[in-house]
Design a protein around this ligand. Structure first.
Ligand code: DGL
Length: 277
């Protein structure tokens, strides 16, 4: 038995991101583990994380993770590449539960997919500058070539719900052209917001470039972790999804419903509490 009398298996999976992007991970988790309950926290008061310093992203991540622990999370999923790149080690050291990030699962999938050994990575400025993907990819295959590019305009477009628009297409092509010229055969969508642009990116790149979605691969890693730790829920009638944000939703709900077909129900708004972790 456990915290607050709730057996660990029955507790929710805690998932966080700076905003809406982590819902791509929630969507993948719901499809893979429909009986698990999920508590999702989007730090919309402070989105985007992608242009902030490591110290700030670490502090934000600890604060948000503490809020998930207060919801009895049995494990924490860092559904944000920026927080995974800059704060995963801090979270793993500090939290009393297991932590899963998005970078290692994405890197593994890219190495499995590439045929030419030339992988492209796109992400926020903080993720790309951290070099976390290069390190993860090279640790798996020292011979891999990596072309990485920060795409700072994409998160605001996605938060606004501009998923299909000529302006978005133009910006995507400006960002991706140098990667195509470099000869990548696989592209890691190294930001959990980017799977929301999957249709646009596929339409623009065609089927010659394999896309790696960090959301899908993170969900698979969480499924394996729950099995290993014997933390699978005993529930068989479907898990519950609760969503809380640190600022009132704006385009958030519309994008979640239309682009992800996620029924998020009533969204709670929570103030951030300074971390005691
Ligand atoms: N979804 C995020 C990521 O994967 C965060 C983007 C941001 O807040 O800048 O990096």
């Amino acid at each position: 038995m456990a915290e607050n009398g709730i057996a660990p298996k029955a507790r929710p999976i805690g998932v966080f991101d700076s905003g809406i992007g982590g819902l791509t991970v929630v969507s993948a988790l719901r499809a893979l583990l429909p009986n698990e309950s999920i508590f999702y926290l989007g730090d919309t008061a402070r989105v985007p994380y992608g242009g902030k310093s490591a110290a700030t992203v670490q502090r934000y991540s600890l604060e948000i993770a503490a809020m998930l622990l207060a919801e009895n999370a049995k494990t924490v999923v860092v559904a944000c590449n920026t927080a995974s790149a800059l704060a995963l080690a801090t979270l793993e050291k500090t939290l009393p539960v297991t932590v899963t990030g998005v970078i290692l699962p994405g890197a593994r999938a890219a190495i499995a997919k590439t045929r030419t050994g030339h992988v492209g990575v796109i992400g926020t400025r903080a993720t790309i500058n951290s070099g976390a993907y290069e390190r993860a990819l090279r640790a798996l295959n020292p011979d891999v070539s990596v072309t990485a590019r920060a795409c700072p305009l994409l998160v605001p477009l996605i938060e606004e719900g501009w998923l299909e628009s000529p302006i978005t297409d133009e910006i995507i092509m400006q960002y991706l052209s140098p990667l195509l010229t470099d000869g990548i055969d696989t592209l890691v969508l190294g930001c959990t917001h980017y799977p929301l642009l999957r249709n646009a990116i596929t339409r623009l790149l065609g089927d010659k470039i394999a896309l790696v979605d960090s959301a899908q691969n993170c969900a698979l890693a969480v499924r394996d972790l729950l099995l290993q730790e014997d933390l699978n829920t005993p529930e068989t009638n479907g898990g519950r999804l609760q969503v809380a944000l640190t600022d009132p939703p704006d385009a958030f709900l519309r994008v979640a419903r239309e682009a992800l077909q996620l029924e998020v129900g009533e969204v709670q708004v929570r103030g951030v509490i300074a971390s005691a972790l």
